[in-house]
Structure formats: C-alpha cells, structure tokens
Ligand binder design. Structure first.
Ligand code: GLN
Length: 243
C-alpha cells in the first residue's frame, strides 16, 4: 500500500500555546508515525497565511484574552478559506481561546472580539474564572476525556450544535449546562488543556481517522499499545470520579 501522508497546519504556535497545547501536535504526529504514516506539520506564524488547500488537519491552541485580540484579525483575513476547509469536512481541533474564536464573538465586558463564525456559538466573559481539573464523557471515545480548564469565557452553543460531551467533573462550556465543547462536522472545540491528547488517545485517533477518511476513503486505524496513555487517563478518572 502506498504511504499515507497527512498535512497538519498549526496556527500561531507562538501566541496560542497555553498549558502545553502544542503537545497535541506531537501526539498526532507520533500516533501517525507509529502506524507507518507521515504527518507533515506546517506552523503558520503571525503575518503568514495558512496553506489550507492541501491541509488535512488544523490546530488552534488556547491563549489569553490579549493574545486572542492579536490573532483574531489574522484569522478573520483567512475566514473564507477556513469556512471552505470546515464545510469540506476538514478536521479542526481548537482548544479554549481557539475554541472561542470558532464562534461568532467573544464578549469581554464592553469589548467584543469578532470570531470566525465557523460554528454557531458565542462566548461572553463571566466571573469567577472556571478553573480546575475536568472529566467529560464524549461519544467520540470510550474513556472519559480528562484534562485541565481555566477560562473566564462562558460559551453558548447554537441550537443545532452538539456538545463534545457531558461534564462528569468540572465546569465545561459555561458551568451550568453540563455541556463541554462542541462537535460540528469534523470540528472539535473544547476547553480541555493539559495538553488534551496525551491522556486521551481516543480523541487523537478520532481526529486522525476522520482526516484519513476524507483523504483516502474509509480506513481502519491499526490499534496501538496505549497502556501508558490509558493508565494516565485512569489515574485522573480515579481522582476525579472515584472510578
Ligand atoms: N482568554 C480565554 C478565557 O479566559 C481563554 C483562556 C484559555 O485559552 N485558557 O476565557
């Protein structure tokens, strides 16, 4: 079989990398390499345009309010290309500040940061900040998704938008609905940092599988030995959920 390759575009790593979010790139790359695939990672820096034409996956990490203000203009310049990518089934993972920018807006008091409107959602800032460890049950993977959240923003999903999952421990989108993140086409938005993917290999494989399906047609992922990853996941589940 010919070698399978995927192109992963990492947007603004120098600004959007809270709590080790860039570690998600390493996990995606290694999980492809361990299966004999190649992952070409293209970092896009401020002032550059994202090469979305041949892209398979896009990653947008978290950032402080200040950093979100800086990147939103650069992102908006590429909105049309990002919309086409998402509507064509492109895979996009966005964490926290990046997740908020997928929506229509992020309202901070009387200041409004315009978002990409890739997904029907919006965010406003509340008090107190929602901080701590989090566990989420999602239909995209077997084990609860575990990690860490720290956000002032409260995210509200449009009526047709599915959450990534249900909060088992922690706050999630707004601390009241019991919903966390969003799932729209092949877009995953989430408040889970940590980084997200090392302790949640099922999420990483869901993203890789969606990207392979889109480029190569329906494909089965070879299982990996995830003993260590799952042990790390279980330590958190035990601590947070007692299970
Ligand atoms: N600045 C945003 C908030 O506080 C996002 C923070 C983050 O990415 N952790 O809501």
């Amino acid at each position: 079989m010919a070698e399978q390759r995927l192109c992963l575009v990492h947007l603004y790593p120098e600004l959007l990398n809270l709590y080790g979010d860039s570690g998600n790139i390493l996990v995606l790359r290694k999980r492809m390499e361990w299966r004999g695939m190649t992952c070409d990672v293209r970092e896009v820096h401020v002032g550059e345009r994202a090469p979305l034409l041949g892209a398979d996956l896009v990653f947008i990490g978290g950032g402080s309010d200040r950093e979100q203000r800086i990147v939103c203009d650069y992102l908006l310049e590429q909105r049309d290309e990002l919309v086409s990518f998402v509507e064509d089934g492109g895979v996009l993972l966005a964490v926290c500040g990046g997740y908020q920018l997928l929506g229509h807006s992020y309202l901070m008091g009387d200041e409004k940061v315009q978002g990409l409107s890739l997904v029907d959602l919006y965010t406003d800032r509340g008090s107190p900040r929602l901080i701590g460890n989090i566990a989420v049950q999602s239909r995209i993977c077997e084990q609860p998704i575990v990690g860490y959240e720290n956000h002032g923003g409260r995210t509200h999903l449009g009526s047709g938008i599915e959450p990534l999952g249900t909060v088992l421990h922690g706050h999630g989108n707004d601390g009241t609905t019991g919903e966390e993140g969003c799932l729209y086409r092949n877009v995953v938005g989430t408040y889970v940092h940590g980084p997200l993917l090392p302790k949640n290999p099922g999420v990483a494989d869901w993203l890789i599988a969606r990207a392979l399906d889109r480029r190569y047609g329906k494909s089965e992922l070879v299982p990996l030995d995830d003993t260590e990853e799952l042990m790390a996941n279980q330590v958190m589940c035990k601590r947070l959920l007692g299970q």
